[in-house]
Design a protein around this ligand. Structure first.
Ligand SMILES: [Zn+2]
Length: 131
Protein backbone atom coordinates (compact mmCIF):
# COMPACT_ATOMS: atom_id res chain seq x y z
CA UNK A 1 0.00 0.00 0.00
CA UNK A 2 1.98 3.00 -1.24
CA UNK A 3 -0.72 5.62 -1.28
CA UNK A 4 -3.22 6.47 1.42
CA UNK A 5 -6.08 4.13 0.72
CA UNK A 6 -8.19 3.57 3.78
CA UNK A 7 -10.68 1.36 1.92
CA UNK A 8 -7.91 -1.10 1.12
CA UNK A 9 -6.76 -0.99 4.75
CA UNK A 10 -10.30 -1.52 5.99
CA UNK A 11 -10.71 -4.57 3.70
CA UNK A 12 -7.39 -5.95 4.90
CA UNK A 13 -8.51 -5.57 8.52
CA UNK A 14 -11.81 -7.32 7.71
CA UNK A 15 -9.91 -10.35 6.43
CA UNK A 16 -7.71 -10.51 9.51
CA UNK A 17 -10.44 -10.00 12.03
CA UNK A 18 -11.26 -13.50 13.14
CA UNK A 19 -10.69 -13.35 16.88
CA UNK A 20 -12.53 -10.11 17.57
CA UNK A 21 -15.75 -10.41 15.65
CA UNK A 22 -17.99 -9.35 18.47
CA UNK A 23 -18.95 -5.68 18.61
CA UNK A 24 -18.33 -5.73 22.37
CA UNK A 25 -14.86 -7.19 21.84
CA UNK A 26 -14.02 -4.56 19.22
CA UNK A 27 -15.36 -1.71 21.37
CA UNK A 28 -13.27 -2.79 24.33
CA UNK A 29 -10.21 -3.34 22.09
CA UNK A 30 -10.63 0.20 20.68
CA UNK A 31 -10.58 1.60 24.18
CA UNK A 32 -7.61 -0.51 25.20
CA UNK A 33 -5.68 0.52 22.07
CA UNK A 34 -6.46 4.17 22.78
CA UNK A 35 -5.18 3.84 26.34
CA UNK A 36 -2.02 2.17 24.99
CA UNK A 37 -1.36 5.18 22.72
CA UNK A 38 -1.62 7.49 25.73
CA UNK A 39 0.59 5.21 27.80
CA UNK A 40 3.30 5.15 25.13
CA UNK A 41 3.30 8.97 25.01
CA UNK A 42 3.49 9.13 28.81
CA UNK A 43 6.42 6.68 28.75
CA UNK A 44 8.28 8.97 26.35
CA UNK A 45 8.07 11.55 29.14
CA UNK A 46 8.54 9.49 32.29
CA UNK A 47 10.82 6.67 31.11
CA UNK A 48 12.68 7.90 28.05
CA UNK A 49 12.71 11.63 28.75
CA UNK A 50 12.87 12.78 25.13
CA UNK A 51 9.72 14.82 25.76
CA UNK A 52 9.04 17.01 28.80
CA UNK A 53 5.76 18.55 29.88
CA UNK A 54 5.64 21.98 31.48
CA UNK A 55 2.03 23.02 31.77
CA UNK A 56 0.28 26.17 32.92
CA UNK A 57 -3.00 27.92 32.26
CA UNK A 58 -3.32 29.03 28.63
CA UNK A 59 -3.23 32.82 28.30
CA UNK A 60 -6.25 32.83 26.02
CA UNK A 61 -8.42 35.86 25.49
CA UNK A 62 -11.46 36.27 23.27
CA UNK A 63 -10.01 39.24 21.39
CA UNK A 64 -6.95 37.33 20.18
CA UNK A 65 -6.46 37.03 16.44
CA UNK A 66 -5.67 33.63 14.99
CA UNK A 67 -2.05 34.76 14.55
CA UNK A 68 -1.87 35.88 18.22
CA UNK A 69 -3.29 32.55 19.33
CA UNK A 70 -0.78 30.60 17.21
CA UNK A 71 2.07 32.57 18.82
CA UNK A 72 0.76 32.50 22.38
CA UNK A 73 -1.03 29.22 23.06
CA UNK A 74 1.35 26.50 24.19
CA UNK A 75 1.58 22.77 23.57
CA UNK A 76 3.05 22.48 27.09
CA UNK A 77 5.59 20.18 25.54
CA UNK A 78 9.36 20.53 25.18
CA UNK A 79 11.44 18.24 23.01
CA UNK A 80 10.50 15.75 20.33
CA UNK A 81 9.91 12.02 20.29
CA UNK A 82 13.21 10.19 19.77
CA UNK A 83 13.52 7.42 17.18
CA UNK A 84 12.58 4.68 19.69
CA UNK A 85 9.55 6.57 20.95
CA UNK A 86 8.39 7.38 17.40
CA UNK A 87 8.46 3.64 16.77
CA UNK A 88 6.63 2.79 20.02
CA UNK A 89 3.94 5.47 19.69
CA UNK A 90 3.55 4.70 15.97
CA UNK A 91 2.99 1.00 16.72
CA UNK A 92 0.26 1.85 19.23
CA UNK A 93 -1.36 4.31 16.84
CA UNK A 94 -1.33 1.56 14.21
CA UNK A 95 -3.15 -0.85 16.55
CA UNK A 96 -5.60 1.93 17.32
CA UNK A 97 -6.30 2.34 13.58
CA UNK A 98 -6.70 -1.41 13.24
CA UNK A 99 -9.50 -1.51 15.81
CA UNK A 100 -11.03 1.67 14.46
CA UNK A 101 -11.19 0.03 11.04
CA UNK A 102 -12.66 -3.09 12.70
CA UNK A 103 -15.36 -1.01 14.32
CA UNK A 104 -16.15 0.60 10.95
CA UNK A 105 -16.39 -2.87 9.38
CA UNK A 106 -18.82 -4.12 11.99
CA UNK A 107 -20.98 -1.00 11.69
CA UNK A 108 -20.76 -1.08 7.88
CA UNK A 109 -19.17 2.38 7.78
CA UNK A 110 -16.57 3.61 5.31
CA UNK A 111 -13.46 4.88 7.12
CA UNK A 112 -12.18 6.70 4.06
CA UNK A 113 -15.49 8.53 3.67
CA UNK A 114 -15.38 9.47 7.36
CA UNK A 115 -11.91 10.98 6.89
CA UNK A 116 -13.06 12.83 3.75
CA UNK A 117 -16.14 14.20 5.58
CA UNK A 118 -14.06 15.24 8.59
CA UNK A 119 -11.48 16.92 6.35
CA UNK A 120 -14.25 18.83 4.61
CA UNK A 121 -15.58 19.93 8.01
CA UNK A 122 -12.09 21.09 9.07
CA UNK A 123 -11.70 23.24 5.99
CA UNK A 124 -15.19 24.70 6.38
CA UNK A 125 -15.18 25.38 10.13
CA UNK A 126 -11.59 26.55 10.57
CA UNK A 127 -9.48 26.88 13.72
CA UNK A 128 -11.68 27.78 16.63
CA UNK A 129 -14.17 25.01 16.17
CA UNK A 130 -11.55 22.32 16.68
CA UNK A 131 -11.89 22.16 20.46
ZN1 LIG B 1 12.17 8.84 23.54
Amino acid sequence: MNTLDLRQFQDQVAELLLRHRSLLDVLSKCQQANAAVHRSVVKSITECGCVEVHAAKQPYSADMTIEDAKQTLASHMDGQLCENCVEAVGAELGKNLFYLASLCNLLDMDLQQIVIDESRKCSTLGYFNMS
